[in-house]
Design a protein around this ligand. Structure first.
Ligand code: SF4
Length: 166
C-alpha cells in the first residue's frame, strides 16, 4: 500500500516535470481555450455562470489535476509560474521559494518532491522571451475562491463582468 502511494507520487512529480518542460505548448493551448470561452460568453451568461461552476470545476480537476497536479485554488496563476502549481508548495508560497530549497532542487519539507519554484523557474525559461510572468507579484490566496472554477473566473475578468467573481 505504502509502495503504491510512493509510486503514485513519483508518477505525479514526473507529470509535473513534463508539464513545465512543455509550458509554452500548454500555455498556448490554454489561450485557445480561453479565447473560445470568451467568445461563448453570451451563451455562458444565458446558462448561468453559477450553474456552470460545478461542471467546469470537474473538467478543470481532470485536465489540470492530471497535467499539473492542480489543487483547485480557483485563482489559477500557473500562467505566471511556468505551469508549476504553487499550491503544491507545503508552505503555499505564491511569490517565490522559501529559504529552504535543497541543493538538489528538492523541497525542504518533502525531500522527495521537486520544489515547485525550481520547476516554476524551469517552466518560465520555456515561455516566450517577451514574457516575464514570474516577476509579476501575486496577491494572497482568496479562500472564498478555493474549489471554484478558475477558467470561468478568467472569462468573467476578460469580459469585464465580475473581476472578483466569488
Ligand atoms: S522548498 Fe519550495 S516547495 Fe518546499 S516549502 Fe520551500 S518553496 Fe515550498
Amino acid at each position: 500500500m505504502e509502495t503504491g502511494a510512493a509510486t503514485e507520487r513519483v508518477e505525479t512529480y514526473r507529470m509535473r516535470r513534463w508539464s513545465v518542460r512543455n509550458a509554452r505548448l500548454l500555455k498556448s493551448l490554454y489561450s485557445v481555450l480561453e479565447w473560445i470561452l470568451v467568445l461563448c460568453n453570451p451563451l455562458l451568461r444565458l446558462i448561468g455562470y453559477e450553474r456552470l461552476d460545478k461542471p467546469f470545476v470537474k473538467a478543470e480537476s481532470l485536465a489540470k489535476g492530471f497535467l499539473l497536479d492542480s489543487q483547485n485554488c480557483g485563482q489559477c496563476i500557473v500562467g505566471f509560474t511556468g505551469l508549476s502549481c504553487p499550491m503544491n508548495c507545503p508552505k503555499k508560497m505564491r511569490n517565490g521559494p522559501c529559504g529552504g530549497v535543497r541543493a538538489d532542487g528538492h523541497c525542504e519539507v518533502k525531500p522527495g518532491m521537486p520544489c515547485v519554484w525550481v520547476l516554476a523557474w524551469e517552466g518560465n525559461q520555456r515561455l516566450r522571451e517577451e514574457e516575464i510572468p514570474l516577476q509579476v507579484v501575486q496577491p494572497p490566496v482568496d479562500h472564498r475562491l478555493i474549489g471554484r472554477s478558475a477558467w470561468l473566473r478568467e472569462v468573467r475578468i476578460r469580459v469585464g463582468s465580475g473581476s472578483h467573481a466569488v
